[in-house]
Design a protein around this ligand. Sequence first.
Ligand code: AOF
Ligand code: ZN
Length: 367
Amino acid sequence: MSTAQDRRFLALALSLGRRGQGRTWPNPAVGCVLVKDGRILGRGWTAPGGRPHAEVRALAQAGDAARGATAYVSLEPCAHHGKTPPCAQALIDAGVARVVAPLTDSDPRVSGQGFEMLRAAGIEVSTGLMHDAAAEDHAGFFLRTELGRPLVTLKLATSFDGRIATATGDSQWITGPEARRAVHAMRMRHDAVMVGAGTARADDPSLTVRDLGVSHQPVRVVVSRRLDLALTGQLARTAAQVPVWLCHGRDVDPVLREAWEGLGATLLPCDVVGGQLDPVSVLQALGAEGLTRVFCEGGGALAASLLAADLVDELVGMSAGVVIGAEGLPSLGAMGLARLAEAPRFTLRTGRPLGGDVLHHWRRATF
Ligand code: AOF
Ligand code: ZN
């Protein structure tokens, strides 16, 4: 089959896989398309919760017609007997003739063995096509399996001059409804939404996905060294319905800890370094719980600590045509930089008008 056709069907597998983003953790969000004679026989993507896997769902659709078909998969089919039997074996049993997948799975239980199983069974395996696009889609899963931490997207919605409120705290609204709607769509594609304690106190946010006709909600993470958060706020009131995870210092007041546990929150003790929660420890704790993609919405202190530790992988900016001035609240806290050469650098991915604002998306230069 031509590379153009391969690319077309593999692109479809990748886009199906992305549908699962935000809801398959700790598993990757994989997509699969089964094709024979140019016709699509089955489509699948990793189910919410991470199982069944994409290939199994596509094979179930195709039934006996899968014999002799090509499977386009956005990641190497798994080789291990985990909570489900290996997908590589399912493809072999179904009589699939060829497998096209961009790259190797980073899970040590798979890591090349899926491709080996397929080849050993006489199946033609093509890899490498659309490698970079697939690596982007699975970046959170790869970071977690390789470094133990999730991917971090930092969103900052600011005035033209990078402020998030006036000196009196007036902040509603800087960006318009279209930008705010885009934020909800981005939250949905992440496993968790994260804010610092200052933002939780000042804004009393609910951090839920609204008005998009979806039932799925990301985990809500608050980073609070002392756990001194309002026990009657939005997060506290809804902790039994939508998960709330609190990253806190190990020495917090046990009364507060028990109060939050009683409300249904999950408590994650983390290290304190120099009087502040260590962002490395926070992300390792979230990775250990299975998160692969975290959407950080500030505030300035948490965002600056993540940036200073080089832990931000993607930056999403929303800039409004309003100017606030130096006495306004800055979007970022101090980062302690002396030289520009030490500043974290990002590469522009996209930039476009959105409503009356500008949406810009950047990726860490050393991704
Ligand atoms: C696939 N297709 O759709 C996904 C895969 O705990 P288990 O048994 O579900 O296995 C999880 C591992 O399977 C995960 O770490 C990753 O290596 C792979 N995910 N593989 O063939 C899929 N989601
Ligand atoms: Zn599998």
